[in-house]
Design a protein around this ligand. Sequence first.
Ligand SMILES: C[S@@+](CC[C@H](N)C(=O)[O-])C[C@H]1O[C@@H](n2cnc3c(N)ncnc32)[C@H](O)[C@@H]1O
Length: 281
Amino acid sequence: MTAGEPAATERAIRENNALWDEWADLHAASRFYDLDGFRRGGIRLSAEEVAEIGDVAGRDLLHLQCHLGIDTLSWARLGARVTGADFSARAVAIARALADELGFPEARFVRSDLHDLPAVLAGDFDVVYTSRGVLGWLPDVRRWAEVVAHFLRPGGTFYVAEIHPVAQAFENEGVAPGELRLAYPYWEHTEPLTFAVHGSYADPGAQVAAEREHGWDHGLGEIVTALVDAGLRIESLREYPFVEWKLDFLVEGPDGRFRLPGGTPGELPLSFSLRATKPAT
Ligand SMILES: C[S@@+](CC[C@H](N)C(=O)[O-])C[C@H]1O[C@@H](n2cnc3c(N)ncnc32)[C@H](O)[C@@H]1O
């Protein structure tokens, strides 16, 4: 456990919360998230996660850090009874409005910091799901794993798809494709990494009032061990040579995924997916 001084950690999370409220409105209007396209139909999930999670029809699914609810409502379109949770009041309001507009009044969206969610949301779920840009906002991966385990029904499935901690260790701004400059911790660290905010990943040129964002890294071994210690059984851990968003040391492929440029000596894992179950008692 490496969470830093509590007041400093809480301040960092509060500042991140204000940033995400701003980003939620920005993202709802962005081409990156293309809400109008989602309104027209379709599933915004990767083929890998749909295959690895399997049939969700009629299952209760909790989406942690659900942002605008696009992934959550994709699972609803596949037949799941969905609950999304996020600490951004603006993101939750946008997700709620989208669910109503798309005809999913039974979809639930809950505003809560992830760490407080067990005190805010009752019940348990067949599937707990979280993906793409979630762990780096959390200071303590062991507390995260306890929240995951808390909400899983015995026999239930947990699934996370995320950027790989190895990819997080390299400088991702202002470097050339293939330039691997080790810059950040691989293992979990006490103090957050703090960066100046320039727009958003969805709209780098946008004006944003929030000035700073804070993040934490967690090694793959720490993530796996935290889930095992929380009582989950790991079923698969897959590492992929691509990630879904731009890092300056990668190049975009025709499939819209980002990889090391051809000719790079050697390979690195850039994202991973993990599937686990809570043993039936
Ligand atoms: C990159 S987004 C989630 C990824 C999602 N797949 C997407 O892009 O739509 C990260 C989300 O984590 C949420 N978040 C960050 N820190 C959180 C915390 N401590 N508790 C709950 N939600 C948090 C943010 O509000 C944001 O909606």
